[in-house]
Design a protein around this ligand. Structure first.
Ligand code: ATP
Ligand code: MG
Length: 140
């Protein structure tokens, strides 16, 4: 059964370009409820741990440097079928391949600086949410 929560980050490029509000509006218009949210800047250690699955990829250090280059917004979102529906809302990793009307199509700069993160499975949504929030920071 599909879970009802996912985890997102509004990445440094989208914060820098002033699109936090626009992106949150798209997220809530699409029917996601915000269960936890914080404005923060990742340390190198946190970014390395978060993207550990990509440690062997050639772009790993570039990705880590980018993710710590400025503040982000981290959030836990709730909706039926949250993981898949949120991946649809954000669009393809590379904004040039993303569908019209998706967050990445509208606000991402490039495949590396692609505006938002979305969990890729229910299991990772839970791990990533717990990485950023303790239980007292999540509303019922
Ligand atoms: P995310 O996990 O951030 O939601 P994704 O699932 O669409 O993105 P992944 O394959 O998990 O894509 O890659 C994680 C992130 O690494 C991408 O969002 C992007 O910021 C960066 N990235 C992916 N591929 C490349 C690449 N070829 N060059 C530079 N950065 C890349
Ligand atoms: Mg991913």
């Amino acid at each position: 059964m599909a879970g009802n929560r996912t985890f997102t980050m509004i990445k440094p490029d989208a914060v820098e370009s002033g699109n936090i509000g626009n992106i949150l509006q798209m997220i809530t218009d699409a029917g996601f409820a915000i269960k936890a949210m914080k404005y923060t800047q990742l340390s190198e250690e946190q970014a390395k741990k978060f993207y550990e699955v990509h440690a062997e990829r050639p772009f790993y250090q570039e990705l880590v440097d980018y993710m710590i280059s400025g503040p982000i917004v981290a959030a836990i979102l709730e909706k039926e079928n949250a993981v898949a529906d949120f991946r649809t809302l954000i669009g393809s990793t590379d904004p040039s391949e993303a569908a019209e009307g998706t967050i990445r199509k509208k606000y991402a700069e490039s495949k590396a600086k692609n505006a938002v993160h979305g969990s890729d499975s229910d299991e990772n949504a839970a791990i990533e949410g717990e990485f950023h929030f303790d239980s007292t920071e999540v509303v019922a």
